[in-house]
Design a binder for this molecule. Structure first.
Ligand code: TYM
Length: 332
């Protein structure tokens, strides 16, 4: 059976981008793969070194994963810091990751700009830790959004380099996975790029958010003055709205607004109202379930426990083999 690994940082509630880029695939893959899905709490320290309530943030994402349909019996749903072997392999892999390549990573370059006051070593070696998350379970597939493609390329590089250095055929080459065939990029509502937690007020639609808040954000999404000629090219903020409709609206609804756009009769207010209505239909049941699961301590705790046990079993085996490959031997 092939193996799949993926994770999400607990730096806020999950949004539509996390769902369609990642969780949507997890749900499908847990049925047919040896699956490891985790909460990347150690990674989150690179941007939030003194999180006010780390446990609460992890709990939120754990409840969201479960509410969205991840089944602790079918997959290993675990918390990164529950698997200390990850830190051991991270140490070994750091010895074979080079400054030049780490500095070239797009996410590192972005962080140098966005968190000038905290350019820590963990940020630089973020791709090594991510590679370890994946390699420690010898994953074949990694379901992620488009924004993680470069990290995955680096993962392959680190795994292949290990194989070459020690002359072994140990780590497989993990491939990105998306049920659509292409990696997904869900746009934000502010017209600035991908939907993200840090995209500012109003950019992301979160699952654990009240109807009114979601409605308001969608109605405020950026639009333009409207098409001035038949079949005009759509500007980015309008393309984004159509992309979002593609996630939650029926095809005939999308076609109607597309036709309206092409013959210049579109009313953006109506389009956003429709998008908000369909969005609430999609988000509402998941939100209700998140709120139920969040208060179910016994379910959260048993899910995290069996997840950690399954993940550790696989991680301990890999690290033991890596120690042997590198040449550590005990004298006692
Ligand atoms: P993170 O926490 O930023 O995002 C979690 C997952 O959600 C996807 N995603 C999106 N997909 C499409 N459109 C968007 N707007 C959007 N926003 C977020 C991300 O691609 C990701 O799949 N480095 C990772 C966490 C991580 C990880 C791993 C992932 C740590 N170790 C090992 C896979 C395997 C991250 O920061 O994701």
């Amino acid at each position: 059976m092939q193996t799949v690994v993926s994770g999400i940082r607990p730096t806020g509630k999950l949004h539509l981008g996390n769902y369609f880029g990642a969780v949507r695939n997890f749900l499908e893959m847990q049925e047919n793969y040896r699956s490891y899905f985790f909460i990347a709490d150690i990674h989150s320290l690179t941007t939030h070194p003194t999180p006010g309530d780390l446990h609460g943030s992890v709990r939120q994402v754990l409840a969201e994963y479960l509410a969205m349909g991840l089944d602790p019996e079918k997959c290993s749903l675990f918390i990164q810091s529950d698997v200390p072997e990850i830190m051991e392999l991270y140490t070994y892999m750091n010895m074979n990751a080079y400054l030049g390549e780490l500095e070239r990573s797009a996410s590192f370059k972005e962080k140098i700009r966005t968190q000038k006051d905290n350019v820590n070593a963990g940020l630089l070696t973020y791709p090594v830790l991510m590679a370890v998350d994946i390699l420690i379970h010898k994953a074949d597939f990694v379901p992620v959004g488009k924004d993680q493609a470069q990290h995955l390329e680096m993962t392959r590089q680190f795994g292949n380099r290990f194989n070459r250095l020690y002359d072994v055929d140990f780590f497989p080459e993990p491939q990105a996975y998306s049920h659509t065939g292409e990696l997904v990029k869900v746009p934000g509502l502010t017209g600035q790029g991908k939907m993200s937690k840090s995209g500012g007020e109003g950019d992301a639609v979160f699952f654990d958010e009240d109807d009114k808040v979601i409605q308001k954000k969608i109605m405020r999404a950026k639009t333009d003055a409207g098409p001035q000629e038949m079949n005009a090219e759509k500007p980015i903020e309008i393309l984004n709205l159509f992309d979002l409709m593609g996630l939650v609206c029926e095809n005939d609804v999308i076609e109607k607004f597309n036709d309206d756009y092409n013959n210049c009769t579109i009313r953006y207010g109506d389009m956003k109202k429709q998008l908000a209505e369909d969005m609430l239909k999609f988000v509402g049941p998941i939100r209700d379930r998140i709120r139920e699961v969040k208060s179910d301590d016994a379910f959260l705790s048993s899910a995290a426990k069996i997840g950690a046990e399954k993940a550790r079993e696989s991680a301990v085996k890999t690290v033991k083999e890596v120690r042997e490959i590198i040449g550590f031997r005990k004298f006692y």
